[in-house]
Design a protein around this ligand. Sequence first.
Ligand SMILES: Cc1cc2nc3c(=O)[nH]c(=O)nc-3n(C[C@H](O)[C@H](O)[C@H](O)COP(=O)(O)OP(=O)(O)OC[C@H]3O[C@@H](n4cnc5c(N)ncnc54)[C@H](O)[C@@H]3O)c2cc1C
Ligand code: SF4
Ligand code: SF4
Ligand code: SF4
Length: 424
Amino acid sequence: MMDIGANKPALPKAYAAWTKDANLRFKSTSGGIFSELAFFVVSEGGHVCGAKYASNHRIEHCIVHNASGIEELRQSKYAQSDMADNYARIRELLRNNETVAFCGTPCQVSGLKKYLGEDSVNLISIDFICRGVNSPKAYQSWLKEIEEQEKSKAVNIWFKYKDRGWKASPKRTRILFEDGHSKVLGQDQNAFMEGYLGSNLYIRKSCGACRFKGLPRESDITLADFWGADPQFDTDQGTSLVLVHTEKGQRLWESIAGRIETHEQELFDIFEKNPMFDSSVNISPRSDRFLESLNHYRFSDMVKKYSKISIGEKIKRKLIFCIRKTRSQSHLNTTNSRTDCQNKTVRKHGKGKNLAGKLLNRPPLLYRRRKDCTGCSACYAVCPMQAISLRAEKDGFLYPRIASEKCVCCQRCVAVCPMKTQKN
Ligand SMILES: Cc1cc2nc3c(=O)[nH]c(=O)nc-3n(C[C@H](O)[C@H](O)[C@H](O)COP(=O)(O)OP(=O)(O)OC[C@H]3O[C@@H](n4cnc5c(N)ncnc54)[C@H](O)[C@@H]3O)c2cc1C
Ligand code: SF4
Ligand code: SF4
Ligand code: SF4
């Protein structure tokens, strides 16, 4: 077991950082800090849980125990990952006094922590500044079209390919095919990143009003792209922004000091160029129609069709974004306004229904609208009766469904749901 110390929340320390290993930096999305943290954890006998590409173009979390496993977790994957049974597996490891580093979206970190119920000294949680996750249905339709064009199966997807530098990388994707050839999709050919970054066409509904932004965070460490870093820290090879929230995170951070370049930053100066730190995206109002259209039409044609927006709509979206941004300016206040919002949610969808469900002996209502569920899977993991399954809905995202004949109305699933419980 690693000695990773106690957990004391405080205002985070902020750093610009990157690995000294140029090859690792090139292969990572920003500065390769995730891989360095993960290498250290496994070198000490610990385990790392993160997202990897699985069969049939699915993305799922898995647990790895050695350096070669970390290869699979490296790089951002831009569709939502399936958590499968990993929360339960992490709990088992922690109960056996093993160290586990978990890396995922802020809502997945929150789901895991609610599921575990108490802060385990052996869990290190790493989240990232998160724009939002895309529908697996959209991702798979895009790849299907590309495979048809290239007449070969795609075997590796490398988003944010840095062959022309880090700043050009967001719309560059390299795809390796089964027959050995590869293709780099640039800005004009990259329909998937266009629909994601340009039009927000297939982002999960819960990301449009994300409750896991700003500060405080539930993780020990937050990673991000350090867009807008001082030029002395940005050689266009990828610079990570790192926020260290807890003493536990700080101990891990110091453990990799010899392998990275790091420069402390003023916390208050760094978020202007990374609006996703405290603001949510405006999901396209045509998102549902777009996802439905994929049942009949080609992905790239539909991105073209549904990405066209009128000037009036553009102004409206910009205004909504600015209003939301102004409202969230309290993000550096540790007594975060999100608490109010979450309290409302508890009143609206949580306690009331929970109590009613209990009294009436009925299965609970896990979510009323799709935007009230992040798909984190904490409810699925906690159910003692295996009454909850996660199923893909029309939009291609996983949502929990309760088999009422198995449910004993214990309400545990409601109690762990991070969308219903108040942030501490
Ligand atoms: C969907 C998504 C949206 C993001 N949005 C932003 C943003 O708006 N602004 C910003 O600054 N940074 C964003 N990031 C984070 C950024 O892209 C880098 O991942 C981060 O800077 C870490 O880079 P790295 O080089 O240290 O490590 P990398 O090797 O890039 O990090 C890989 C780690 O990310 C995790 N991961 C990858 N894909 C997923 C996924 N689909 N779901 C859950 N976990 C995943 C893996 O588990 C792995 O642990 C986003 C990442 C993702 C996956
Ligand atoms: S709700 Fe969406 S934007 Fe928010 S943390 Fe989860 S995946 Fe990211
Ligand atoms: S109420 Fe209890 S038994 Fe029913 S689905 Fe939720 S956790 Fe499972
Ligand atoms: S309903 Fe289940 S999957 Fe959805 S946010 Fe709540 S705990 Fe996560």
